[in-house]
Write a protein that binds this ligand. Structure first.
Ligand SMILES: Nc1nc2c(ncn2[C@@H]2O[C@H](COP(=O)(O)OP(=O)(O)OP(=O)(O)O)[C@@H](O)[C@H]2O)c(=O)[nH]1
Ligand SMILES: [Mg+2]
Length: 672
């Protein structure tokens, strides 16, 4: 058992996951209460579901990126797999990991290694699409709890094939234009290419069970790097660990990878200067060694343009060995704990702050909605009470008059239905107009136009231009939808004011849907793709297969943005209509109740007091609902503000078990 003075990445992730689980419980309390008393409208229900999903399935993707042989796989072994007592991911000199390797856990599937054959590149399907086609993958079972078998099975990720130059070109690993950058040929004139396009390891590691996803990548500079990796997986990773070798320093190709794939967004980038053990020199003093490491770090920081404290010097190999031997002194010497602490201390609070914001916003919204709904009902009860109190000691003639008044009021109120119908007709027409621009047909047309421009331009030199133009057109579509949406809001606002004044409705508009968020997402996609189209790899777009793959990948990314924007717009509008329907129903029920009450009182005078007490009880119930709702919302808020912030000092870490059971209890938080 290994106790470390610093909190590890593992304990931080555990704390975050514990916080999420507790929040989900609070959320379930609130959801159940609202459901039991029919207090949630369509939008609130959708919001509760979305929040639950977000908290339950929140993934944290950490990508390890570097030129080949810098020690990515070794570092992953040291951080995540030391408890197996051996090297699990293959890590050897030279090119080792030949395809992107994703480690995650999906409890619905058995532990396994799924491998996507490289020739799937020829059919034009994107990785995202192939993820949903189990038949396309070769599945290798893995024995959890048998490190020997595990490491042997994972050895598959190093497999290569030897193919002809033509085949290599078709697969994207050879390009005559690139001359020297092409891989070397063997004595038979064949090119060595990876056997697999992507590998998924489904493994019940306690950290993976908590939503962590680890991405190990092959050296990115190699020709033939999977576009999906550079365009989709890396940009969406929550954190990237960029690894350099202390023995090599920052080489030209390291720098190219940093510039092309990792510049920007410094907060979630961690730079590792690995292999510091290689600097050990028997003729130098420990001070001299420390000085040498420090100056290498500042040199690296300067070259990459990052803060010196964001460069972590360490030895992955030494750390792995130290953990396997249970040697705390050697582990400290490897300096890995500092990186783990930084990952935990910086990444988790960031994720947590983001989730906290989402939870607080949703809670406020839900509370408002419930308060409005209960307020409406209570107002009606108060009116009825007032009316009935006025009846105390009144004659039956007076009662008759009151009955007539209820009937007259009912008729007067029913006049609103014509106005409501007119409003609904205008509303649905406007909504239809707003949604047309966000439809997938429209999106397909726009992407088709881009493709036509790209194909027309010589060698795809105009690819970037056509893509930028596409993004501009798509942005205009989002802007137009936003404008339509504001117009709908204005129209409904004016109608609601009128209806409230004429028919005593209590209609109020929610804040409009925020489509700006989707423009931000579009901008992000644009940024990562433009970067890609600027690279020499863009030349490959001239091959129809890759063009098709690019189009599909782009389409699937854009579709998510547009579908979500469209769904958000629809939901907002549905919720506005639902509010009108609910109030209409409630008002009608109110008239009916008033009439029934008067009739009963007419039949027996004692009914009046009974009815008044009933109304009081009803009002008391509604009031207690509100009180309970506030309590539950407060509990959500309190929970979301609790737990892991920047400080994880009160958690100690315990070595992680390899086997599936006993459950991650071994990871339980032990308060110091
Ligand atoms: N001396 C020393 N060697 C290391 C260290 N970390 C990794 N290595 C060695 O460097 C070689 C490459 O390590 P890998 O983990 O395979 O490197 P990688 O970045 O995954 O490389 P690819 O999979 O080829 O992209 C292996 O022989 C490792 O044992 C370290 O801290 N010190
Ligand atoms: Mg590797």
């Amino acid at each position: 058992m290994l106790l470390e003075p610093q909190p590890t990445f593992a304990s931080s992730l555990d704390a975050l996951s514990g916080w999420r689980t507790a929040l989900v419980q609070r959320l379930e309390d609130l959801t159940r209460f609202l459901g039991d008393h029919d207090l949630a409208d369509a939008q609130t229900t959708a919001q509760l579901t979305a929040l639950r999903e977000r908290l339950g399935q929140e993934k944290l993707v950490v990508a390890f990126v570097a030129e080949f042989s810098r020690g990515k796989s070794e570092l992953i072994n040291a951080i995540f797999f030391a408890d197996t007592g051996r090297r699990i991911l293959p890590a050897t000199p030279g090119r080792t990991t030949m395809c992107p390797v994703e480690l995650a856990w999906d409890g619905d599937e058995a532990p396994s290694l799924a491998l996507l054959p490289i020739d799937t590149r020829l059919n034009g399907l994107s990785l995202g699409e192939l993820r949903h086609q189990p038949k396309a993958w070769k599945s290798v079972p893995i024995q959890v709890g048998d490190p020997e078998q595990l490491s042997q099975a994972l050895g598959e990720v190093t497999r290569t094939l030897h193919v002809s130059k033509e085949q290599a070109a078709a697969l994207g690993f050879w390009d005559d234009e690139l001359g020297d950058e092409n891989p070397p040929l063997d004595e038979l004139g064949r090119v060595e290419v990876p056997a697999w396009r992507h590998a998924l390891i489904n493994y019940p590691h306690p950290l993976l069970k908590q939503g962590l996803v680890i991405l190990d990548t092959p050296g990115l500079n190699a020709i033939g790097a999977e576009p999906e990796l550079t365009l989709s997986l890396l940009p969406s990773a929550h954190a990237t660990v960029f690894i350099l070798g202390a023995d090599t320093g920052v080489t030209k190709s390291d720098l190219a990878i940093w510039r092309d794939h990792l510049g920007g967004d410094a907060l979630s980038r961690f730079v590792v200067l690995n292999k510091i053990d290689a600097l050990i020199d028997p003729l130098a003093t420990p001070e001299q060694l420390r000085y040498q490491i420090d100056s290498q770090c500042s040199e690296t920081a300067r070259t990459l343009g990052v803060e010196p404290q964001r460069v972590y010097p360490l030895s992955a190999r030494q750390a792995l060995a130290a953990r396997i031997d249970g040697d705390a002194g050697a582990l400290a010497e490897s300096r890995l704990p500092a990186l783990e602490a930084a990952l935990g201390n910086q990444l988790m609070p960031q994720r947590r702050a983001l989730l906290e914001r989402v939870v607080l916003d949703a809670t406020a919204h839900i509370e408002n909605q419930v308060a409005r709904r209960l307020g409406d009902s209570r107002r009606q009860l108060a009116e009825q009470t007032l009316e009935l109190r006025g009846l105390r000691g009144k004659s039956s003639g007076k009662l008759q008059l009151m009955l007539q008044r209820v009937d007259a009021e009912t008729t007067e109120f029913e006049a609103c239905t014509t106005k409501l119908q007119a409003m609904r007709a205008v509303h649905s027409r406007m909504l239809k107009d707003a949604l047309v621009g966000l439809s997938s047909d429209r999106l397909r047309e726009e992407v088709g136009e881009m493709q036509a421009h790209m194909s027309a331009s010589l060698l795809n030199l105009g690819a970037k231009k056509a893509f930028v133009a596409l993004c501009q057109r798509l942005r205009s579509l989002l802007v137009a939808a936003n404008k339509n949406s504001s117009e709908i809001r204005e129209m409904l606002g004016a109608s609601f004011t009128k209806l409230n004044a004429e028919f005593s409705f209590g209609l109020a508009l929610n804040p409009g849907p925020d489509l700006g968020r989707f423009t931000d997402e579009l901008n992000l996609i644009e940024k990562s793709y433009v970067q890609y189209l600027g690279l020499s790899q863009a030349l490959r777009l001239s091959q129809p297969k890759f063009m098709e793959q690019f189009r599909r990948m782009l389409m699937s990314k854009l579709r998510v943005v547009f579908e979500n924007a469209s769904a958000e717009l629809e939901l907002w509008n549905k919720s506005a209509s639902a509010q009108v329907d609910a109030q209409l129903r409630e008002r009608r029920r109110g008239f009916r109740r008033r009439r029934e009450a008067l009739e009963r009182i007419q039949a027996a005078a004692s009914e009046l007091e009974t009815r008044l007490t009933e109304l009081e009880v009803q009002d008391g119930r509604l009031q207690s609902f509100m009180g309970r709702c506030v309590e539950l919302a407060d509990a959500m808020r309190a929970q979301s503000r609790q737990g892991p912030r920047g400080e994880f000092g009160s958690f100690i870490s315990i070595d992680l078990p390899l086997s599936d059971e006993p459950e991650p209890q071994l990871l339980r938080r032990a308060h110091a």
